[in-house]
Design a protein around this ligand. Structure first.
Ligand SMILES: [Cu+2]
Length: 110
């Protein structure tokens, strides 16, 4: 298991995460899987309008953004499904699973 901190950062497969042209950064798509009780990766960098696909396996989890009005809506407890969220605002958005202590992550939207 290669967990731990932000060392498991994902790199979007394409595009530069620049917003130098007034918000027209190329949207990217990143899959976040949930092996056991972690988000993998737990540090996601995307461009504005990027999409994060939360891939739920058999163990139930949720994804809560802590009431941040700039963040997408929370994902309620789910399993065996994939739920996507589009990040339209630049910023740093932490999220966590209310079912498992220390299960958390962050999406940085550039
Ligand atoms: Cu969980």
């Amino acid at each position: 298991m290669f967990a731990a901190g932000c060392s498991g950062s994902s790199s979007p497969t394409s595009s530069t995460n620049t917003d130098a042209f007034g918000g027209s950064a190329t949207a990217t798509s990143v899959n976040v899987t949930m092996p056991d009780v972690v988000y993998n990766p737990n540090h996601i960098d995307i461009g504005r309008n990027g999409v994060v696909n939360f891939v739920f396996a058999s163990t139930a989890h949720d994804v809560r953004f802590g009431g941040n009005a700039q963040a997408p809506s929370d994902i309620l407890v789910s399993s065996n499904t994939t739920v996507s969220r589009t990040f339209t605002n630049a910023g740093t958005f932490t999220f966590l699973c209310t079912l498992h202590a220390n299960m958390s992550g962050v999406v940085v939207v550039h």
